[in-house]
Design a protein around this ligand. Structure first.
Ligand SMILES: [Zn+2]
Length: 111
C-alpha cells in the first residue's frame, strides 16, 4: 500500500513513516503522530483499507492540532467518529474535480 512520503499541513511538511510495528511491543498501536517531530506513522501489518483509515486517523490528529484544537485533537471520542465520516466521504466521492480546481488555481497564482 503506497502512502505519500510527506504531507504538508499548515506550513510544515510531515514525514509519513511506515513500520511493521509502529509502537514496539504493543500490537494494538496501528499508527501514531508526533507534532513536535513533524512525523506520522502508519503500520504495515494490516489490510490496505485499514492502512488508509489509520492514515486518515493520524492526519485528523495532525490537522486538529495544527488548527490549535489540541484538546479535541487528542480526544479519540472526537477523532474516531470523524475518521469514519471522512473515510466514507473519501470512498463515496470522486475528488478529481477538486484536485483539478486547486491545480488550476495554483497555476494562475504562481505562473
Ligand atoms: Zn489516535
Amino acid at each position: 500500500m503506497d502512502l505519500p512520503k510527506t504531507i504538508r499541513v499548515g506550513v510544515a511538511d510531515f514525514k509519513v513513516l511506515r513500520k511493521k510495528n509502529p509502537s514496539d511491543g504493543n500490537d494494538n498501536v496501528l499508527g501514531w503522530f508526533k507534532m513536535a517531530d513533524q512525523e506520522l506513522c502508519v503500520g504495515t501489518r494490516m489490510s490496505d483499507l485499514r492502512q488508509v483509515e489509520t492514515f486518515v486517523h493520524e492526519l485528523l490528529h495532525c490537522l486538529m492540532n495544527e488548527a490549535g484544537l489540541h484538546e479535541q485533537g487528542n480526544d479519540h471520542g472526537i477523532i474516531d467518529p470523524l475518521t469514519i465520516s471522512l473515510m466514507h466521504f473519501l470512498m463515496e466521492n470522486d475528488l478529481g474535480w477538486l484536485n483539478k480546481y486547486f491545480k488550476e488555481k495554483w497555476n494562475e497564482r504562481y505562473r
